[in-house]
Design a protein around this ligand. Structure first.
Ligand SMILES: O=C(O)CCC(=O)C(=O)O
Ligand SMILES: [Fe+2]
Length: 203
């Protein structure tokens, strides 16, 4: 019976791309456990560099993990991707199973509290290829995720729950910007994993 099947394929964008919010894909206890492990085992860094085309000098911490040989050069320094941890590989597999897309790298963000966020941008760098799918897993504090159409300025918002999954695909990165707004009310950390597919080794 299809009638009662939960609809996990609803596009939250009205046009020009596809963003699917799956809601919570991990039970709270499991998500709590992953949050704890990610906070303690990921090599978090306050970075000043360009990762996927963005200049990063923030309070927010970042980390970059990938399949193997990927590196990224900027201002004569070469960034090497770290090899997958056990838990990142588990989460990558889960994400691939649920979305039906394959990924070879993951950019992680740690927002210590609501004073940290991410400005409007799109992930449309060359190294990612045109309109590739980007899957986003969230752990910790619930935060608002906003999307804005480049031309019409139409806005959509979704609250990303602890242990939840979202995917951006199709023409989303070409037509829409996204951001993680700051919020004074939020006092606890959030960890976000964005699984991506790199198409070239930027040397
Ligand atoms: O933290 C988020 O949910 C968004 C992260 C993001 O947009 C990015 O890393 O490019
Ligand atoms: Fe992004």
């Amino acid at each position: 019976m299809e009638l009662f099947k939960q609809d996990t394929t609803t596009n939250i964008l009205p046009y020009g791309g596809e963003v699917i919010y799956y809601g919570k894909v991990l039970a709270t206890q499991k998500a709590d456990n992953y949050l704890d492990i990610l906070l303690n085992t990921i090599e978090w860094k306050n970075d000043e560099a360009v990762i996927f085309g963005r200049h990063i000098i923030t309070k927010r911490k970042v980390a970059w993990y990938a399949d193997n040989e990927y590196s990224y050069t900027y201002s004569n320094t070469t960034k090497h991707a770290l090899p997958w941890t056990k838990e990142l590989l588990q989460l990558k597999k889960l994400t691939e199973k649920l979305t039906g897309h394959q990924f070879n790298s993951c950019l992680l963000n740690l927002y210590h509290n609501g004073d940290e966020g991410m400005a409007w941008h799109s992930d449309d760098e060359k190294a990612l290829g045109k309109d590739t799918a980007i899957a986003s897993l969230s752990f910790g504090a619930e935060r608002k995720f906003a999307l804005k159409h480049r031309e019409s300025k139409h806005k959509e918002e979704v609250i990303l729950a602890h242990g939840s999954l979202l995917i951006m695909k199709g023409a989303t990165q070409s037509n829409w910007l996204h951001c993680l707004p700051k919020s004074k009310k939020i006092k606890t950390p959030r960890v976000n994993l964005t699984f991506r597919t790199m198409v070239s080794n930027m040397q």
